[in-house]
Design a protein around this ligand. Structure first.
Ligand SMILES: [Zn+2]
Length: 499
């Protein structure tokens, strides 16, 4: 006997009510493989279905026709969480498609992480946040003002205890900023001992290496050595060749890194897509000989030219902000080298008198476009911003969209699917993050709907907080956090602990 069952039984599975369905978008799944057209069904914070949802229904239905759907971008070197609790909507990050940020970079972190993570889960943000434990932070609390020296074994042991606490709390591993105080005064043994400390936890090492210019090759050797001896994954932060006589050496650098990988060392890097950096003016003097005019001359020959240094902040003489060193030297009728040493002397005096750090920073062009492209194309380089929400460098708002629009679409240095992989699946792998970074059933619904034909950064040095074009909707854990060029006032971000 033929029984006609009611149609709803056949379609019951597809009748599931989803919270969100995104229809007809071209799915770039983050693995780097070919994109395909599909509908995506989201239930709560999870990707519940990928395929044909013609008969499915949802509270929120989005038509993605003509658009690309990608996993949310993972920023492995972010400073966006400064004053996090005052701007939990993270406009700078989500407006460029970033849904997860990894903080605690350059050796600076919130200590203890347990307390920070608790506060963050009580008062969540729009994005997911994970953190490393910072060497500079820990070293500062152990050594205090007397930091211009090697640490004693007793002090290193104290640092290990603090690092262990952070690892217990869920830190990804150890981060260092070896061009900055106080980490610059550490020796290789101190750093190596601390790196070894995170190994039993399955931790990692991420580093603003000891030098990005004068002592570059030694700094590369140091991080490779740490990976080899501590037997943990190591990542070079914002990889760059920041000195004129290093320009064009990116091939040699990649050979060194690939060789290390062949020898079993898990070394990777992140990179931001700009030829100029943003930092303290004092980073130019690794030997801290700020008044040495000969050194200043060398810096202005080899590292960055007087017209290529722009003061982004200088609270002592705010009228100098936005001006180049060359222009300021002209105004004061001094040589550029002399001017550089004087600007720093004024900062040092200010800090002595006021007993607090001076607000100062420079944007300096030290890199070469061909090296940036070659390093960005390295299969082990994921994209990062190194940006902040309030900073003067446009990377805070435009790093990811610049890679998508400028480097992938316009310059074609790699395909869109590769670019997206470098922002999603690859950084998830490099950070050891599970269930994010791919569009896959059962994964968290961190998603970006974007227009590949219009996506582009708009932030510039003069307007560093201008938001990008082409990012249509951004979801974090299934909730929309960005739409119609604005944040939505939702805070679905999770604390991401080492997994
Ligand atoms: Zn850095």
């Amino acid at each position: 006997m033929l029984v006609f069952l009611p149609a709803f039984l056949f379609f019951s599975k597809q009748k599931t009510d989803y919270d969100t369905i995104i229809r007809h978008a071209v799915v770039y799944d983050g693995s780097g493989s070919e994109p395909y057209k599909a509908d995506i069904g989201i239930i709560a914070d999870t990707i519940a279905f990928i395929g044909d949802l013609e008969r499915g229904s949802a509270k929120n239905e989005i038509d993605g026709e003509g658009l690309a759907l990608t996993p949310g971008f993972i920023d492995t070197h972010s400073h966006h969480a400064g004053e996090l609790f005052q701007h939990r909507d993270f406009l700078a990050a989500v407006s460029q498609g970033v849904t997860t940020i990894i903080i605690g970079q350059d050796g600076e972190s919130n200590f203890p992480l347990r307390t920070f993570f608790q506060r963050l889960s009580d008062t969540p943000a729009a994005v997911n946040i994970g953190s490393y434990s910072g060497h500079n932070t820990i070293r500062d609390s152990v050594l205090g003002k007397n930091f211009k020296r090697f640490a004693t074994q007793g002090e290193i042991d104290k640092m290990k205890l603090m690092l262990g606490q952070d690892m217990e709390a869920g830190a990804f591993g150890l981060s260092t900023g070896l061009e900055y105080d106080p980490g610059i005064y550490s020796n290789a043994d101190e750093v190596l001992q601390l790196a070894k400390e995170v190994a039993p936890y399955g931790g990692r090492y991420i580093s603003h290496i000891r030098s990005e210019d004068r002592y570059f090759w030694k700094a590369i050797d140091e991080i490779i050595h740490i990976g080899k001896v501590a037997k943990i994954p190591v990542q070079i932060s914002h990889i760059k060749l920041a000195m004129h006589n290093l320009w064009g050496r990116s091939d040699s650098l990649l050979m060194v890194l690939d060789n290390a990988r062949k020898n079993g060392i898990n070394i990777t890097s992140d990179i931001y897509p700009y030829a100029f950096w943003h930092s303290t003016i004092r980073v130019l003097f690794p030997d801290r000989n700020f008044s040495d005019e000969k050194e200043a001359e060398m810096i202005l020959q080899e590292i960055t030219r007087p017209e290529d240094i722009i003061l982004s902040s200088y609270e002592i003489q705010p009228e100098y902000e936005g001006k180049s060193l060359a222009a300021i030297a002209g105004m004061e009728n001094k040589t550029s080298a002399r001017m550089l040493t004087e600007l720093i002397a004024r900062i040092e005096n200010f800090e002595k008198e006021n007993k607090r750090p001076c607000d100062e920073g420079i944007l300096a062009t030290s890199m070469n476009e061909e090296d940036i492209k070659r390093l960005m194309r390295w299969p082990q380089a994921n994209i990062c911003s190194d940006g902040s929400s309030s900073g003067g460098h446009p990377r805070g708002y435009g790093a990811f969209t610049k890679v998508l629009g400028h480097y992938a679409r316009d310059e074609k240095i790699f395909s869109l699917k590769e670019a997206i992989h470098k922002m999603t699946g690859l950084p998830a792998e490099h950070m050891g993050i599970k269930k994010r970074g791919l569009i896959k059933k059962g994964y968290f619904a961190d998603l970006v709907l974007l227009d590949p034909s219009t996506v582009i950064d708009r932030a510039t040095i003069s307007e560093p907080h201008k938001i990008s074009d082409g990012i249509e909707i951004v979801w974090v854990n299934g909730k929309q956090v960005f739409k119609n060029r604005a944040t939505t006032g939702r805070y679905p971000g999770n604390v991401i602990k080492r997994q």
